[in-house]
Design a protein around this ligand. Structure first.
Ligand code: NAD
Length: 418
C-alpha cells in the first residue's frame, strides 16, 4: 500500500466525502491545496560561502478562516509532505471548530548542523521569500518539528520589519515574553493526555496505573509524558532518536519521572543510558505489554508490521500521520482503538488560536484560563466524534473526518465555491 502521506491524507478525505454523499466537486476542491509555493533561500554561511535551501508553504483551504499550520525544519521535508500536513491542518481546525483553514510549511534542512547565526538567517530568509502570502488574516504559521519559539521570534521580527506593521499575530508559538501565550508549549501534550483520558473512560481502561509507551520526547512527546503521569499513568518506555545512534528505547517497568527525564535530556542531549533504565529494541518497544501506545515523533511510525504486534488497547496519535493506512487497517481489524491525529494533537492549534485572539485584542490570559478553555474544546471535540462514530459505526478517524469535512464543505457551499 502507498505510504506517501499525501496519498494517505487524500484517501481519508475521499472516504469522508463518499460517506457524506457530497457532490464530487467537494473532493476535487479538497484533495489538493489551494496554493503551494516553493522558494529558494540563499543563506550566507559562517565560513563566507552561500548555501541555497528549499522552502515550502502550502495553503490547503481558507474557506473557514486564514490558513494555519506549522513550519518544519527537517532533512526529509518535501512538497508532498508539506501538502499532506496542510490537508490535515484544515480538518484538525474543523475538529475543534476554530475559525481557521489549513496550511503548512517547511525547509529541507537539518537545523542541528547550523550555527545560531545561520539558523537565524535561514529563518529570516523564509519570511523574506514568503511574507506576501502570510499575515494575521491570510496565513498564520507556528512551530513544528525542528523549529521553536526563538525561530518564531526571528520570523515575526522579520515580518514586522518588512511590512512596517507590528503584527505579532501573524504567527503563533512565540515566546511568552514576546506575544506568546501562557500554556502554548505544553498545549499539544496536554491535549493528547486529555484525549487519552476521554478515550480510556469510554473503553473502560483505568488510566491510574495504566502502562504507557511514548515514541518521541520532543515538545509533544515530553509534555505527553508529563500529563500522562499527572493522570496517574505509568510511562514505562520512551523511544527516541539521535544523530549518532539513530533510534533507541529506554524502558523501566516501574515507570519514569518526567522531571528526571527532562533534566537528563537537558544535560546529556539525549536519553541514552538514563539511570535505572534498560535498553530495548524498537521491535520490542512496539510489542510491549502496555495499555496505551503514543506515537509522538513523525509520520509513518506504525505500518502493518508494527500494528500486528501492538498489544495496547488504545493508540493515541500524538504526531501527525504516525499510523499508515495499512497500519490503520490492521489496528482496526485487531480491535485496537486509535484516536486520530486531527483530534488527539488538536490542543496545539487550539491554543495557537487562543494566542492569536490575545494578540489581536492586545490582552493576555492567565495560564489556568488557557488550559481550561483548551480542555473544554478537546472534550467537546472528542464527544462530537464519539457520537458520530457510534452513529455511523465507524472508526474514530473516519468519524473525525466526517465531522470536519462536513463543516468545511458547508462553508465552501455558503461562500459559493461550488
Ligand atoms: P520535536 O522536534 O520537538 O520532537 C520530535 C522528537 O521525536 C525529537 O525529540 C526527535 O529526536 C524524536 N524522533 C525523531 N524521529 C524519531 C524516531 N524515529 N523514533 C523516536 N523518536 C524520534 O517535534 P514536536 O513538535 O514534538 O512534533 C512531533 C510530532 O507532533 C510531529 O508529527 C508534529 O507535526 C506533531 N505536532 C506537533 C505540534 C506542536 O505543537 N509541536 C502540534 C501538533 C502536531
Amino acid at each position: 500500500m502507498n505510504t506517501n502521506p499525501l496519498a494517505s491524507a487524500q484517501l481519508q478525505v475521499k472516504h469522508a466525502c463518499d460517506v457524506l454523499g457530497l457532490e464530487p466537486v467537494v473532493y476535487e476542491l479538497l484533495k489538493d491545496p489551494k496554493r503551494v509555493i516553493e522558494i529558494s533561500i540563499p543563506v550566507r554561511m559562517d565560513d563566507g560561502s552561500t548555501k541555497v535551501f528549499k522552502g515550502y508553504r502550502s495553503l490547503h483551504n481558507d474557506a473557514v478562516g486564514p490558513g494555519k499550520g506549522g513550519i518544519r525544519f527537517h532533512p526529509g521535508v518535501n512538497m508532498d509532505e508539506v501538502k499532506a500536513l496542510s490537508i490535515w491542518m484544515t480538518f484538525k481546525c474543523g475538529v475543534t471548530g476554530i475559525p481557521y483553514g489549513g496550511a503548512k510549511g517547511g525547509i529541507t534542512v537539518d537545523p542541528s548542523k547550523l550555527s545560531q547565526g545561520e539558523l537565524e538567517r535561514l529563518s529570516r530568509g523564509y519570511i523574506q521569500g514568503l511574507h506576501k502570502y502570510l499575515g494575521e488574516k491570510i496565513d498564520i504559521p507556528a512551530p513544528d518539528v525542528g523549529t521553536n519559539g526563538q525561530i518564531m521570534a526571528w520570523m515575526v521580527d522579520e515580518y514586522c520589519k518588512l511590512t512596517g506593521h507590528f503584527a505579532v499575530g501573524m504567527l503563533t508559538g512565540k515566546p511568552v515574553a514576546w506575544g506568546g501565550s501562557l500554556g502554548r508549549s505544553e498545549a499539544t501534550g496536554f491535549g493528547v493526555a486529555v484525549t487519552a483520558r476521554e478515550a480510556a473512560a469510554k473503553l473502560g481502561i483505568d488510566l491510574k496505573g495504566a502502562k504507557v509507551a511514548v515514541q518521541g520526547f520532543g515538545n509533544v512527546g515530553s509534555y505527553t509524558v508529563k500529563n500522562f503521569i499527572k493522570l496517574g499513568g505509568k510511562v514505562v518506555a520512551v523511544a527516541e532518536w539521535e544523530p549518532k545512534n539513530g533510534t533507541y528505547v529506554i524502558y523501566n517497568e516501574a515507570g519514569f519521572c518526567f522531571e528526571e527525564l527532562k533534566d537528563y535530556r537537558t544535560h546529556n542531549g539525549n536519553l541514552l543510558g538514563f539511570p535505572g533504565s534498560q535498553a530495548i529494541s524498537l521491535d520490542e518497544f512496539w510489542a510491549l505489554d502496555v495499555d496505551v501506545m503514543v506515537p509522538a515523533a513523525l509520520e509513518k511510525a506504525i505500518d502493518a508490521k508494527q500494528a500486528e504486534v501492538i498489544k495496547a488497547k488504545l493508540v493515541v496519535e500524538a504526531a501527525n500521520g504516525p499510523v499508515t493506512p495499512a497500519g490503520d487497517k490492521v489496528l482496526n481489524q485487531r480491535g485496537i482503538t486509535v484516536t486520530p491525529d486531527i483530534l488527539s494533537n488538536a490542543g496545539g492549534v487550539t491554543v495557537s488560536y487562543f494566542e492569536w485572539v490575545q494578540n489581536l485584542y492586545g490582552y493576555a490570559w492567565a495560564e489556568a484560563e488557557v488550559k481550561q478553555r483548551e480542555e473544554e474544546a478537546m472534550v467537546n471535540a472528542f464527544e462530537a466524534i464519539w457520537k458520530i462514530k457510534k452513529q455511523y459505526k465507524c472508526t474514530m478517524r473516519e468519524a473525525a473526518y466526517l465531522v470536519s469535512v462536513k463543516k468545511v464543505a458547508e462553508v465552501m457551499k455558503l461562500r459559493g465555491w461550488y
